[in-house]
Design a protein around this ligand. Structure first.
Ligand code: ADP
Ligand code: MG
Ligand code: MG
Length: 251
């Protein structure tokens, strides 16, 4: 589903190379974890996958279902079923969460050539998904992410993911500050979404999240490269020994 080949990317503004020859393959049905020390380029990779203009790809390619997505803008990527959840969710003052969800869902349907949802159908879907995530209906009337607690932001993010039914989900999880409830919200959301035609990439600094989301594959990112890949045992090894051994071997 996703094939990243010898990717090199730099910050557009000053030309600093952050991603330095990254290779990664993720198959449909797979849950892949990307781990790595702070500053290794995990968040940068998620921004590049989303199509942010602050970064320039200078070499290599990103194939999604066999086709390069490098020339696609963020909206086109989203309409093809790529969903990104960022480490720092964007606040949207003045737009109720409910309204945001409606626009996002209908934009995506339009891009796929599908008709807009009727209001009752939209409401039915939101109520159902919100209920499953134990989201208080008053939260849906508040502006998206504005003044939301960490847990509420996570719930809003997973709600968007559930409603947009993406094919490739990339979740960049905060390096710190995620309490156990928030971890469980993310894990339950991801686990509910698991299916043979969908892939999930979970980016995380800590092994703890992976106690709740059991990954099929684990990849260690360091200085903009995948330096080691393995199965879930690699995450346990990292938890026990830290990154130093693996970094030393790669060097
Ligand atoms: P991680 O998510 O693995 O902690 P990041 O992708 O956030 O790592 O950052 C990788 C490196 O790139 C860091 O050294 C960071 O300071 C730098 N970096 C990323 N984006 C920018 C930017 N827009 N401007 C300056 N430095 C950046
Ligand atoms: Mg970081
Ligand atoms: Mg990060």
């Amino acid at each position: 589903m996703l094939e990243i080949k010898n990717l090199h990317a730099r910050i557009a503004e000053d030309g600093t190379e952050i991603i330095r020859g990254l290779n990664l393959t993720v198959k449909a049905g797979e849950v892949a974890a990307i781990m790595g020390p702070n500053g290794s380029g995990k968040s940068t990779l998620s921004y590049i996958l989303s199509g942010r203009e602050d970064y320039e790809v200078t070499e290599g390619d990103i194939l999604y279902n066999g086709e390069s997505i490098l020339e696609l803008d963020p909206a086109e990527r989203a309409s093809k079923g790529i969903f990104l959840a960022f480490q720092y969710p964007v606040e949207i003052p003045g737009v109720a969460t409910m309204q945001f969800l409606k626009v996002a869902m209908n934009e995506q349907r339009k891009a796929r050539g599908e008709e807009e949802l009727t209001t009752p159908e939209f409401m039915r879907r939101v109520k159902e998904a919100a209920g499953e995530l134990k989201i208080d209906p008053t939260m849906l009337r508040r502006p998206l992410n504005v003044g939301f607690s960490g847990g509420e932001k996570k719930r809003a993010e997973i709600l968007q993911m559930a409603l947009l039914e993406p094919k490739l989900c990339v979740l960049d999880e905060t390096d710190s500050g995620l309490d156990i409830d928030a971890l469980k919200i993310v894990a339950d959301g991801v686990n509910a979404l698991k299916s043979p035609d969908r892939a999930v990439i979970v980016i995380t600094h800590y092994q703890r999240l992976l106690e709740y989301i059991v990954p099929d594959t684990v990849h260690v990112l360091y200085k903009g490269q995948v330096i080691r890949s393995g199965d879930k045992n690699l995450a346990l090894e990292l938890e026990a020994n830290g990154y130093a051994d693996i970094i030393g071997e790669a060097a």
